[in-house]
Design a protein. Structure first.
Length: 127
C-alpha cells in the first residue's frame, strides 16, 4: 500500500532515472516492457504480481479483472472500488497520462506541476 506522496516519489524518481518510456511494438506504452523498462505506474507493480494481461488497460480497467485486483490491492491496500475516488487514484491516472502522452524531456516540468497540484513535496531528483 502506498500513500499518495510515496507513490509520487517512487514514480517520479523512477521516471527521471530511467528517462525513457516503457514501450513495446511501435511505441505502445506498457506497464512492464520486454527490455525491463517500466512506466510511472508499472514501477509500483512488483514482478511477482505483474501479469501481461494488464497491458492495454488503465487503472480503472484493473478493477474488473482478478489479475488487476491484485495490483489494486497492492497499491491501495484494498480491492474496494472506493479507491476510485481517492487522491492516489487520481494521481496514478495523471502519472499514467504523463508517461504515455509526454516525452521524457517534458517529464520534469510536468512532474513538478503534479506535485504542486496534489500539494506534495518533490523528491530530490526533481530539485
Amino acid at each position: 500500500m502506498y500513500t499518495t506522496q510515496e507513490a509520487f516519489d517512487i514514480a517520479a524518481t523512477h521516471l527521471m532515472t530511467q528517462y525513457r518510456k516503457a514501450t513495446r511494438i511501435i511505441s505502445e506504452c506498457v506497464y512492464h516492457a520486454p527490455d525491463g523498462a517500466k512506466c510511472a505506474v508499472g514501477c509500483l507493480i512488483p514482478d511477482e504480481i505483474y501479469n501481461i494481461e494488464l497491458e492495454g488497460k488503465d487503472i480503472d480497467d484493473m478493477f474488473g479483472y482478478d489479475y488487476g485486483l491484485a495490483v489494486i490491492e497492492h497499491i491501495f491496500g484494498s480491492k474496494d472500488t472506493d479507491a476510485k475516488g481517492s487522491e492516489l487514484y487520481r494521481l496514478l491516472g495523471a502519472l499514467q497520462y504523463l508517461h504515455d502522452q509526454s516525452e521524457p524531456r517534458e517529464w520534469r516540468d510536468k512532474l513538478l506541476k503534479l506535485a504542486h497540484k496534489f500539494n506534495m513535496t518533490t523528491p530530490e531528483v526533481l530539485q
